[in-house]
Design a protein. Structure first.
Length: 140
């Protein structure tokens, strides 16, 4: 007889792994899993099951909206490494540069300039690497 909890978590892991790969990129996700060891694989499983399978797999919000919310929350939490990761994911989910900018501005207003600055720096780095932003022409 199979364990229903194991079957449920295995299903969430499978669903989460598919979503996680689609949003963050197969190479990134597979590299994270390949680097896991007997200590941190539990974290990889819960992240994949809980965040990606349960959270991102729910029908109430589309992926684009979830990406925008994540960018705002990660800015509030001052998590630049995660902002970079989720900026890439947001682009994969169809979020535009202007939408990312607007979320960062909104987060700056409500979270404060230091948090907004870190958010803008992190997102800008990704957008520059992707060739999606260009220098502002000076006006005289």
């Amino acid at each position: 007889m199979s364990d229903p909890v194991t079957a449920e978590t295995d299903a969430l892991f499978k669903q989460g792994l598919e979503i996680r790969r689609e949003v963050l990129g197969k190479e990134y996700v597979d590299s994270s899993l390949a680097a896991a060891n007997d200590f941190n694989m539990a974290f990889q499983r819960i992240t994949t099951e809980w965040c990606w399978g349960y959270g991102w797999g729910r029908p109430g919000l589309d992926r684009k909206t979830r990406s925008l919310i994540n960018l705002a929350m990660l800015t509030a939490l001052n998590r630049p490494a995660e902002i970079k990761l989720h900026t890439r994911g947001a682009l994969n989910n169809g979020v535009t540069v202007d939408e990312i900018k607007e979320v960062m501005l909104q987060a700056t207003i409500y979270c404060g300039v230091p948090a907004g600055l870190e958010g803008f720096r992190a997102a800008n780095e990704v957008l520059k690497e992707a060739g999606l932003v260009k220098p502002v022409q000076e006006t005289k």
